[in-house]
Design a protein around this ligand. Structure first.
Ligand code: GDP
Ligand code: MN
Length: 393
């Protein structure tokens, strides 16, 4: 779960990490009011769960409450990389002397935490990593021993940040690390960490990703999450107990077992198509579940065909076939559905599908054959649409 910047700063503040004073606003009036309360110069920052807001025009300075209102009016409703701005953070604006980078994350391959720091902050760290990798100090931290002062010193001295910032940075890093560990975060990134003209070190931005598997021991995760917008389709899927992730393509995918669904995505790609989603129906495959799955998938207008790929193990293919037939009778499905059944009682399942012909139903014997068929059908529908549009013009 990626937190909004204002949420990230709220949680970091609890760990005594210095962050600018600020308030959240959802209307230009609230922004003006917040600016009045803070006094002086403020910065208005778009709150979206994606970086690069500065470049997109989502961060503006304002000298007065009136100007804050104007800026907020511009930023609210703005689209930043597909995310609509619903809130802005109004913060007291300080004068920046230098911008640095620091983060803590999980390095799975080393089985350790990784602390990174660079004097080159405020810009994409990926870019720094590519063009000037030595500008980033990397320090591994053993999760069992935790962080010691020497780790912080190595990050600070290794990064080459200004002398004026070192002492504060050495004090700040362990607090950031403590937040990272105690929050069960997978990432805490501060870019930029700034040295102000008054010589203070402050976290000007905060990107915090929390591990939702730890939600059971952090009741406040739910509260943080309630501010997040869950796409309609994902909410619907979750309510029905489906393991669903939206992707950007047009071939809807239903499978049983995460591994099978993952390989189905690969095969669709190999066949020249683009999967529209990941959907694992798990062990069950009754009509109820398959109806829900089909309903979730076809609610995405991008979907041009659906591929159902079931391997019957404990789940019997005849029951799956029954579920599919039942689901198709309940729903008004408008896109072609390719079904591939294999495993326990596959023959029987296939026969049932053949005996209950449905105009949208196509069966296939192999996984690759099914994927190719689904891709072909998705492209056929696509071109039909394009032709109609072309003809009308
Ligand atoms: P991001 O682009 O989404 O990562 O947003 P950031 O919060 O990192 O801000 C991008 C840039 O805007 C920073 O690197 C700063 O240069 C600038 N900026 C952000 N907040 C302030 C502020 O309070 N005062 C000033 N002067 N500049 C700011
Ligand atoms: Mn940033």
């Amino acid at each position: 779960m990626d937190l909004f910047e204002y949420q990230g700063k709220e949680v970091l503040r609890k760990f005594d990490v210095p962050v600018p004073e600020g308030r959240v606003a959802t209307t230009p009036e609230e922004a003006a009011e917040a600016a009045r309360g803070l006094g002086g110069k403020v910065v208005i920052k778009a709150q979206v769960q994606v970086g690069g807001r500065g470049k997109a025009g989502g961060i503006q300075l304002a000298d007065s409450p009136e100007q804050a209102r104007e800026m907020a009016d511009k930023i609210l409703g703005m689209d930043i990389k597909g995310h609509t701005v619903k809130r802005v953070l109004v913060e007291r604006a300080g004068d920046i002397k230098e911008e640095y980078y620091c983060s803590f994350l999980l390095d799975r391959s080393e089985r350790k935490f990784l602390g990174m720091m660079s004097a080159k902050g405020g810009i994409d760290i990926e870019e720094v990593a590519e063009t000037d990798p030595d500008a980033i100090a990397r320090v591994h931290i053993d999760p069992l021993y935790g962080m010691s002062d020497f780790h912080a010193r190595r990050m600070v001295f290794g990064s080459g940040i200004a002398e004026a910032a070192r002492k504060d940075a050495i004090a700040l890093l362990p607090k950031l690390f403590k937040a990272f560990v105690e929050l069960d975060a997978s990432l805490v990134e501060v870019n930029p960490l700034i040295l102000t003209c008054e010589g203070r070190v402050v976290a000007l931005d905060a990107k915090v990703s929390l591990d939702e598997s730890a939600a059971y021991r952090h009741p406040f995760f739910d509260e943080l999450k309630s501010a997040h917008e869950i796409p309609e389709q994902e909410r619907f899927a979750k309510e029905r107990g489906l393991n669903f992730i939206k992707l950007d393509g047009d071939v809807g995918i239903i499978g049983n077992g995460a591994g099978l669904v993952m390989s189905t995505l690969d095969v669709v790609k190999a066949a020249g198509g683009e999967p529209a989603n990941f959907l694992d129906v798990g062990g069950g495959a009754g009509a109820e579940l398959l109806s829900s799955a089909l309903e979730v998938i076809t609610s995405n207008p991008e979907v041009k065909s659906v591929l159902i790929n079931i391997f019957g193990g404990i789940t019997r293919c005849d029951l799956v076939a029954e579920g599919i037939i039942d689901a198709l009778n309940r729903l008004d499905v408008k896109v072609p559905i390719v079904v591939r059944l294999d495993g326990t009682n596959a023959e029987q399942g296939r026969k049932m599908l053949a005996d209950a012909p449905h105009p949208k139903l196509v069966t296939a014997e192999t996984m690759l054959g099914a994927a190719e068929k689904a891709v072909e059908l998705s492209q056929a529908t696509g071109s039909a649409v394009a032709q109609t549009k072309g003809g009308a013009a």
